[in-house]
Design a protein around this ligand. Structure first.
Ligand code: ZN
Length: 296
């Protein structure tokens, strides 16, 4: 068989590419339209704190437009800019620009190239079920739960891959998968905890490919996967992995009907997509905790 002659290294490279594709597709939408030129005379300025620059190296503009002249200075990753947010109007937040003054020159950067600086409030883990992360409320980039542990490999979609979640979430995920299996529903995990540095790398790669207006990959700090309580699940059929079609498979239906019994909730549904600004993701589950789930 031809596959037998593919060098092991090439195979693992292929597998890596496949994984990246899976991960990229499992990320929430964070951006929409390409940043357009904003008119500073009509736009409002919102006072904000510092913003962390995301690209390795970027030149700010001298006006709020991608076509505007570039400034002579460079910014690099992790530079903190004391910027205000130039809001072009209602419902335009994804096209906003950041602006600040440097050496008596006003500079501009698309909001797509930075995230708000969020300082950790207290060391340790965030309380499960009460964590807040969405388009307007990012996590500190350094946040990493301290009780991460691997999901049993027999439940992992891509063999030999290690996927972690927080300990309690893993415990209930295992129970859920066993219960599903008893009903001949074979669930697998495609993605779990993801640190902000992985998210940043995926984000920048996507931006490089598709431009600042890309709609697929979330900014670092803005993904529920960083909480360590979210996972993407699938059945065994590759055609429905991370696809809207998953909702119609027997595994998708089972998850929708039974996940709450194990403390998991579908966070991005057709009902709440107007509010969350995320597309429905019938494969994305977040562990809320058994206690909270019983209350609701
Ligand atoms: Zn997800």
């Amino acid at each position: 068989m031809a596959a037998a002659h593919v060098p092991r290294k090439a195979l693992s490279h292929l597998r890596f590419r496949f994984l990246l594709t899976l991960i990229a597709f499992s990320l929430n939408f964070a951006l929409s339209d390409q940043p357009r030129a904003a008119d500073p005379s009509t736009a409002s300025l919102r006072e904000t704190g510092g913003w962390i620059v995301l690209p390795d190296r970027v030149q700010p503009r001298l006006a709020p437009s991608l076509g505007a002249q570039k400034a002579s200075c460079f910014l690099s990753y992790k530079a903190i800019i004391p910027a205000k947010r130039l809001e072009a109007g209602p419902h335009s937040s994804r096209q906003d620009w950041l602006t600040w003054e440097h050496d008596a020159t006003r500079l501009y950067l698309p909001i797509a190239q930075a995230v708000p600086e969020v300082l950790p409030q207290a060391p340790g883990n965030l309380p499960i079920g009460h964590e807040r992360v969405d388009l307007e409320h990012p996590l500190p980039l350094c946040y990493e739960p301290r009780d991460l542990r691997p999901i049993d490999r027999k439940w992992i979609y891509v063999k030999d891959r290690e996927i972690k979640m927080r300990s309690e979430a893993v415990r209930y995920a295992h129970r859920m998968f066993e219960a599903a299996k008893a009903e001949k529903i074979h669930l697998r995990v495609v993605s779990g905890y993801r640190p902000a540095k992985t998210q940043r790398w995926l984000y920048l790669r996507k931006v490089e490919e598709d431009g600042l207006g890309q709609k697929i990959v979330a900014k670092p700090g803005h993904s529920e996967h960083q909480l360590g309580t979210a996972m993407d699940v699938s059945g065994l059929d590759p055609k429905t992995v991370l696809k809207p079609l998953f909702a119609e498979t027997k595994e998708g239906v089972w998850v929708r009907e039974n996940a709450t019994r194990y403390g998991f909730r579908l966070t991005y549904t057709p009902e709440n997509s107007g509010k969350t600004h995320y597309i429905p993701e019938p494969w994305h589950l977040r562990y809320i905790g058994m206690a909270l789930e019983k209350d609701r």
